[in-house]
Design a protein around this ligand. Structure first.
Ligand code: NAD
Length: 476
């Protein structure tokens, strides 16, 4: 199908922007640290000075997004990432001396972290500012230039970011391309020195294919079903709060939200009731509650309701916080919902939920829970609740996931000292803090040979000296 005039012009803008950034990178291949620090400060100020505008734009895009949550998950997270990068930039960029083995002696070996060049960043709608600006912080810390394609599902936020970034950076350093999925596909078809994608696994696959055509390195921050394993001894009182917080923040539209619970023993209903009681304390009202976020679009709203209806039609026990369902529907909100022991073939147990629905499934043992996790794709996050360190260790040893939080949910991603990323179908590559800086850097190996060098002794014609040196090399 031919593109609309707007899409065609968005697509046409991409090539010249990349060319301009490439030319600027060639003119200044190593951006001075003082300038990088100023770039990072500009991002921090952008978030802090425009909190109100950002909260308003996201609220309008979602049709209701808690401003308190926006403060926490967009503004604070972004500002903290920028501050952390600024404070650590000198250490991250310092050439790293490494030992030199006998074979290469005498000489000096070191690693230089150099900017990869012009990078592409494609971001989703669920945390539209954090998931755009935190990768950008890593790219700017590394000294790269960046072209950004934010989500078409949050158009006001994308337009606002485009304007705020244009006010602070020349387009040959940072530029934003807006538009629909066709623009995103055209964007990813260009050659970048690194492509950083956050979004669904389905689209991530085509992004990886597009990057492979240019042999461009790619980071894939994808999704999936992140499980919670509850040991039989984990006290209800302590686990209800983190489960309800993790699942219902942003109405469950969070990549690392607990997707389903595997409860050891026969207590799925007791756990479910505790989670709903906690949700009612968090959100005494749903329809007109500014702190309970709406579902982003009619399509996602219909998808989530279809999951509930399918479960209902199969006789699954459904617990919902006691809310006025009509008032909730008018504002595209879905009340916090728990489903007790849904069968494995339901969509809610097969697909990433990405909404405020939490299935809780009884399981016989910790080993059965680990086997369930291992039977599926490797998840982005895994949560385990147990007071027994041996159980925690066993779950860590027996499963795979991008990251883990023990006895809480989602908190591992708030620590800039921990790499954040997936594994297998939930993604590859990682960022946050130093790991993000490294993702956008090339680790360049430099060996400086001494004036006289041992390689002279291992050159042909091979004689007695060669034999002695090579015997030493075999042993060292
Ligand atoms: P999405 O994949 O539909 O869209 C994300 C971005 O990809 C958008 O900017 C979109 O324009 C672009 N896009 C769409 N089609 C494309 C194509 N053919 N080629 C290239 N780009 C294309 O994802 P979404 O619905 O916005 O986000 C939800 C998904 O993202 C969930 O699966 C969630 O788990 C995942 N997610 C992961 C993380 C993480 O950090 N790992 C964070 C947030 C969301």
């Amino acid at each position: 199908m031919p593109h609309s005039r707007e899409t065609a012009s968005d697509i046409a803008a991409i090539g010249p922007l990349i060319a301009a950034q490439r030319a600027a990178f060639a003119r200044q291949p190593r951006r001075p640290l003082a300038d990088r620090r100023a770039d990072l400060l500009a991002i921090e100020r952008l978030a802090l000075d425009h909190e109100g505008d950002i909260a308003e734009a996201i609220d309008a895009d979602f049709g209701g997004r808690s401003r308190n949550e926006t403060r926490l998950v967009e503004i604070a997270v972004t500002a903290q990432a920028a501050r952390h990068a600024r404070a650590n930039l000198a250490r991250w960029t310092a050439p790293q001396a490494v030992p030199t083995p006998l074979m290469a002696a005498p000489g000096r070996s070191r690693i230089r972290h150099e900017p990869k060049g012009v990078v592409g960043i494609v971001s989703p709608w669920n945390y539209p500012v954090q998931l755009t600006l935190v990768p950008l912080i890593a790219a700017l810390a590394a000294g790269c230039r960046a072209l950004i394609k934010p989500s078409e599902l949050t158009p006001r936020t994308s337009a606002l970011m485009a304007q705020l970034l244009a006010d602070r950076f020349p387009t040959d350093q940072v530029a934003v391309v807006t538009g629909d999925a066709d623009v995103a596909a055209a964007f990813c078809a260009h050659r970048f020195d690194h492509l950083f994608y956050t979004g669904s696994t389905r689209v991530g696959r085509s992004v990886a294919e597009a990057a492979a055509r240019h042999l461009s390195p790619v980071t894939l921050e994808l999704g999936g079903k992140s499980p919670v394993i509850l040991d039989a001894d984990a006290p209800l009182k302590r686990l209800a709060h983190p489960l309800a917080w993790g699942r219902f923040l942003n109405a469950g539209q969070t990549c690392v939200a607990p997707d389903y619970v595997l409860a050891v023993g026969d207590r799925s209903e007791a756990v479910g009731r505790a989670v709903i009681r906690q949700a009612e304390i968090f959100y005494p009202e749903v329809g007109a509650n500014d702190d309970y976020t709406a579902i982003v679009s009619d399509r996602h709203y219909a998808r989530l309701n279809a999951m509930i209806e399918e479960a209902r039609s199969r006789g699954v026990q459904i617990l919902q916080a006691g809310h006025d369902a009509q008032a909730a529907a008018r504002t595209r909100r879905i009340p916090p919902t728990v489903l007790i022991d849904p069968p494995a073939d339901l969509a809610i147990m097969r697909e990433e939920i990405f909404g405020p629905l939490l299935p809780i499934v009884s399981t016989a043992s910790i080993d059965a829970a680990c086997a369930h996790v291992n039977a599926g794709e490797r998840p982005l996050a895994l949560y385990v609740f147990s007071d027994d360190p041996r159980v925690v260790r066993h779950v860590l040893d027996a499963t795979h996931s991008g990251g883990v939080t023990v006895n809480a949910t989602m908190l591992h991603l708030t620590n800039e000292n921990l790499p954040f990323g997936g594994v297998g179908e939930s993604g590859s590559g990682a960022y946050h803090g130093q790991r993000g800086f490294e993702e956008f850097s090339h680790a360049r190996s430099v060996f400086e040979a001494g004036r006289w060098h041992a390689s002279r002794l291992v050159a042909p014609p091979y004689g007695a000296v060669f034999r002695m040196i090579s015997r030493l090399a075999l042993r060292s």
